[in-house]
Design a protein around this ligand. Structure first.
Ligand code: BES
Ligand code: ZN
Length: 646
């Protein structure tokens, strides 16, 4: 398409990130997307999604001149206005590439509304009268679209068909199609997908219909998401998928041949939903809860895409020992998906609250001592993350500044565990029951909206004043330093005490090994029967006191507890971290094998980091040879680790 240049569409000389969300260029405070309709077709040969995104915008600023959308990778084919008669009128647009942070934030699409005037003046007046404008954009994705990973058939479980999945959180929705890619904005969605038979192409929403386009041998599916969601919750997956039901509202999608195993593993999903509903006194509004098991390159443990939680296949431990991840993702249905962080500086409002819910569910299912043990293990990871970044680092604060950077670069357990500890602190001040009522009120007040932490503070203070006598309430509110908790870097200002009966068992076994007194048979018997969390606490204890263990003792512990073969991937990964810390080069083969079969960043980051400390050269060579096994997001983050060594 060729445009004649005129005065109005070359004036965006200094496009700036939005002040309310520094990770978007969109002018969502002037105009907001309300309804998004996607029509997407996948071509596996070309590794390409092609289609249209039709968006209804509400105009807030009556003198609006342009709509600025985030974009990072896709090619734009056309941009048209859609009027009531469903005619399409071409609009002038520009892709802005002059920004310095385009590597992180992309190259926004600027759509010039005034160009409608040139074509049709009455149409232009009408959109401002109605305060509504519908725009349809035709696009196709490119290899620069980091939110999408294509897998060859060799990289799948059955090795018969290729596979594709998306990961939009935090700012990758803009790598699928142009949009207001900010959690400040929520919209309803419709999606229509098209894929070659016999594959299945899903969208994270409620499936409304599916049919076969037989002349073209394509499977067409239609989905809806009628609860308004932020862009980071948009999700697609295509592959040879099958479905197994778990319960009335829960089920599992997985590669053909895997879904029955997965349904067994995640059988507790329904229970988790019920406990969360009871705790928050708020129903599960999303109706359906399905879990999608991905190939191993999925970079996270789980991702709370609505109606379709994405998970790593590493959760299929065969003993249901990783189902806390499901509890976590289910909890996001309220904290995150109904009530959403307004920007990435408030990420802890998603993750800290969800960690808190996750441990409430575990307390209900496994008891107080187990939930406390999880908090202890969580605190260990908080301490090592803060040490890793340095106590003054911006990324150790609950409200980090992400200007000009991709928020994924600052991702760690800090928003989870520091956020969690702050909420436990707030809970201890008022007691469990009042805090539960506060959480419930918070969800009721802010569902379908996007919030920052001060919105929660207001509900907390209101409820405390309402539910406690005035003097007590004042006393409590006066000692809570919200600003200190949220805006200061480093360790939490108040040290939380977590206590669990399990720590004694852990300490005893550690002591026995250190003194060389253990009876190998009973040690194995004890360890084998421990809950995963106790095993993790034991290994954490070794890691913390690594100097007290010499290499031969570490190898002895490995033999006696059967550490490499027998347990789930969380246990294995921390074991490999220990062997790297200790410089046990005989173990490298096992580590390599693990790194070639896992794509979860929680494992990749510490293992590559440990290996870099031990042997930068070989770690680098191995990564170079294997990096295309990993998701683009993981690949970039691990590459950054190597680059920072230079
Ligand atoms: N929403 C996160 C995953 C995420 C965070 C993706 C930031 C992209 C950017 C998800 O809910 C999560 O926290 N997953 C954890 C689960 C764990 C805390 C139980 C994970 O993947 O390890
Ligand atoms: Zn989460």
């Amino acid at each position: 398409i060729c445009f004649k240049m005129s005065h109005f569409y070359i004036k965006m000389a200094h496009l700036k990130a939005n002040k309310q969300d520094v990770n978007t260029y969109s002018n969502f405070d002037e105009v907001t997307q309300k309804f998004v309709e996607l029509d997407v077709s996948i071509d596996f040969d070309k590794k390409e999604l092609t289609g249209t995104v039709k968006t209804e915008f509400e105009i807030i600023n009556p003198s609006l001149q342009e709509i600025i959308l985030d974009l990072h990778g896709p090619e734009i084919i056309s941009v048209n206005l859609v009027n009531e008669e469903l005619d399409e009128i071409p609009l002038k647009y520009e892709i802005y590439t002059k920004n310095k942070d385009k590597e992180a934030l992309g190259t926004p699409l600027i759509i010039y509304l005034e160009s409608i005037k040139e074509e049709n003046a009455s149409e232009y007046d009408k959109i401002f009268e109605d305060k509504l404008v519908t725009i349809i954009i035709s696009f196709k994705t490119t290899e620069k679209c980091n939110g999408i990973q294509y897998l060859t058939k060799e990289q799948t479980y059955n090795k018969k068909y290729p596979f594709m999945f998306t990961q939009c959180e935090a700012i990758q929705c803009r790598t699928l199609f142009p949009c207001q890619d900010t959690p400040s904005v929520k919209a309803k969605y419709k999606a229509k997908t098209s894929v070659d038979m016999p594959l299945t192409f899903l969208f994270g929403g409620i499936m409304k219909s599916h049919y076969y386009d037989s002349p073209n041998k394509r499977k067409i599916m239609c989905f809806e998401q009628n609860i308004p969601i932020p862009s980071y919750l948009v999700a697609f997956v295509a592959g040879e998928l099958e479905y197994t039901k778990i319960s009335k509202r829960c089920g599992v999608w997985a590669e053909a041949g895997l879904s029955a195993k997965a349904a067994w593993e995640f059988v507790d999903a329904e229970k988790y939903i019920e406990i969360a509903e009871n705790y928050l006194n708020h129903p599960y509004e999303w109706k359906v809860y399905n879990i999608l098991v991905l190939p191993f390159s999925f970079p996270f443990g789980g991702m709370e895409n609505p109606n379709l939680t994405f998970v790593t296949p590493a959760l299929l431990a065969g003993d249901r020992s990783m189902s806390n991840v499901i509890g976590h993702e289910i909890s996001h249905s309220w904290t995150g998906n109904l009530v959403t962080n307004r920007n990435w500086a408030n990420f802890w409002v998603n993750e800290g609250f969800t960690k808190f819910m996750e441990r409430k569910l575990d307390k209900n299912l496994l008891g107080e001592d187990m939930a406390q043990l999880e908090s202890i293990v969580g605190n260990n990871s908080l301490i090592s993350a803060i040490k890793m970044y340095g106590e003054d680092s911006n990324f150790t604060c609950l409200s980090p500044d992400f200007s000009g950077v991709d928020p994924d670069d600052g991702f760690s357990t800090i928003p989870y565990e520091k956020g969690y500890q702050f909420l436990v602190f707030l809970e201890e001040k008022v007691g469990e029951e009042i805090f539960r009522e506060i959480m419930s009120k918070y969800i009721d007040t802010f569902k379908y909206k996007s919030v920052d932490w001060t919105d929660f503070k207001n509900v907390y203070e209101e409820c405390v004043l309402e539910k406690m006598n005035r003097r007590n309430a004042r006393k409590i509110l006066n000692v809570i330093d919200w600003n200190k908790w949220v805006t200061e870097t480093g360790f939490p200002s108040y040290k939380m005490e977590f206590k669990s009966k399990y720590t004694k068992e852990v300490d005893d076994l550690i002591d026995q090994f250190l003194k060389g007194e253990e009876n190998p048979e009973s040690a194995l018997e004890l360890f084998k029967n421990w809950h995963t969390n106790v095993k993790l606490a034991f290994l954490d204890e070794i890691k913390k006191n690594i100097d007290k263990f010499d290499g031969s003792l570490i190898l002895k512990i490995k033999e006696e507890l059967n550490l490499v073969e027998a347990y789930n991937d969380d246990v294995k990964a921390i074991w490999y971290e220990i062997t790297l810390d200790k410089g046990l080069s005989d173990e490298i083969e096992n580590v390599k094998n693990f790194l070639q079969t896992h794509g979860r960043l929680k494992y990749l980051k510490p293992l590559y980091f440990g290996w870099i400390q031990l042997d930068l050269n070989n770690a680098g060579k191995f990564f170079e040879e294997n990096k295309y096994l990993y998701h683009p997001i993981a690949r970039r983050l691990i590459q950054n680790k190597f680059d920072s060594q230079k």
